[in-house]
Design a protein around this ligand. Structure first.
Ligand SMILES: [Zn+2]
Length: 425
């Protein structure tokens, strides 16, 4: 089986700066859009980022229709509702204002209203049919209001498929927004726990992109159109992931402790975009693969700062809770890269040996988790040893990411990783 020899850098155009949301009217006009669906969620619909967006679109004579029913944790049902709205609305462009869930919802609405198909057609294998998107989509401009998903840079939309209670997604480069408007003014009022979870999500995105299976160890695609968005570690994703790890490690704690620190908050938001370019091209692996059942099987955990009516293990929390155990496990596959990641986090690795790599990196992640108030392992969000088999079962179908693990993980390995993640310190 021939191995991959090529890699590409795909990303949205990015505009960064305090107040740049005010330019989104021009950005859509430049794309030729005259009638735009503005996708957000109900918690954000009366807040400043949405108001500024609507005002900016109006100033350029663009007909903007607000859709504020994006779900905080999107499902196939919430996606289909947005798709129907998009299909009925006859839009020629999309603006998403919000966290990854709103941006992902806009991607799905754009995809299925532009290239109508049965819902499972484009959903990732093996859960869906995994067919490639047949052509270009309408322009989507993304305005992130949390610093974490990097969804403004990627061609990935994640959702819960309710009938099988599993997270899956749609991944194709044509889903990528044409532009990300990265405006630090939009993350000013983020509650502490949301800022911590989204910040640790981006840290883990970058750590995974750095350590993921290298692109040239993956089978070559039979046709260029089948080359996955998550290509494996490559020289381009390496650059973006490395810098993101440094920026987050230097600024995240300060940004969370003092949200009025514009510099730290701005750096964290910019780092989210860098991390997005890193994992959007390189890929994620086990921490993300294992996070999906952790979020999906939640019983009654409600983190502070999140809407109280719905039990929820936020995506970033579910990801980082597994990260220390995973990196201890994957380090033997590439100890130098794991030590390098620890160095980017600020660790002095001059005396560290390759055998220490996993422990050193895991230690740095745990230290950061404690500083920003993460719960102490899966046991602190409601899971016990009896849940581990189900968690493994929910991880196994996440091929898109688990197959990119730098060290193959069997069901037995995953079981041990979940056990090791029950308590972290
Ligand atoms: Zn993530």
């Amino acid at each position: 089986m021939p191995l991959e020899t090529a890699f590409s850098m795909d990303t949205s155009s990015i505009k960064y700066g305090p107040g740049v949301t005010r330019e989104v009217g021009w950005d859509m006009e430049e794309q030729g859009a005259r009638r735009v669906m503005v996708v957000t969620d109900s918690h954000l619909s009366d807040k400043e980022p949405v108001a500024v967006t609507l005002e900016a679109l109006g100033r350029h004579g663009i007909d903007a229709v607000l859709y504020d029913r994006a779900s905080v944790e999107p499902t196939d049902v919430s996606f289909k509702e947005a798709i129907q709205f998009a299909a009925d609305g006859n839009f020629d462009g999309f603006v998403a204002v919000g966290g990854g869930s709103s941006i992902d919802t806009a991607k799905a609405a754009n995809l299925y209203s532009t290239h109508p198909a049965d819902f499972m057609t484009y959903v990732n294998l093996p859960i869906g049919k995994g067919e490639p998107v047949p052509g270009a989509l309408k322009p989507l401009v993304a305005v992130p209001t949390t610093a974490g998903t990097g969804s403004e840079t990627t061609g990935v939309a994640i959702f819960d498929l309710l009938e099988i209670k599993a997270k899956t997604g749609i991944a194709h480069r044509n889903l990528r927004p044409v532009k990300g408007i990265v405006d630090p003014n939009n993350t000013k009022s983020l509650p502490k726990m949301i800022a911590a979870c989204t910040g640790l999500d981006q840290l883990t995105h970058a750590l995974e992109a750095l350590t993921v299976l290298p692109y040239n160890q993956r089978p070559a695609p039979e046709h260029p159109k089948l080359r996955p968005a998550y290509q494996g570690a490559n020289p381009i994703s390496h650059i973006w992931a490395s810098r993101a790890i440094e920026m987050i490690s230097q600024h995240l704690v300060r940004a969370i402790e003092d949200p009025s620190n514009d510099e730290a908050r701005g750096e964290v938001l910019l780092a989210a975009t860098y991390a997005g370019i890193g994992f959007g091209n390189g890929g994620c692996h086990l921490p993300h693969g294992m996070s999906y059942p952790v979020s999906g099987m939640v019983r009654d955990y409600v983190p502070e700062g999140y809407p109280p009516e719905q039990p929820l293990i936020p995506h970033g929390m579910a990801v980082v809770l597994n990260a220390p155990a995973v990196f201890r496990f994957t380090a033997p596959a590439n100890p130098e890269m794991h030590l390098y990641a620890a160095k980017l986090m600020g660790e002095d690795i001059s005396d560290a040996s390759p055998e220490d790599a996993g422990e050193v990196l895991a230690g740095n992640i745990v230290e950061m988790m404690r500083k920003v108030g993460m719960p102490n392992g899966l046991s602190a969000v409601g899971y016990g040893p009896d849940d581990v088999d189900k968690l493994v079962e929910g991880t196994l179908p996440q091929h898109r990411v688990t197959k990119l693990s730098p060290r193959p993980a069997s069901a037995e390995d995953l079981k041990q990783l979940f056990m090791d993640s029950l308590t972290l310190w």
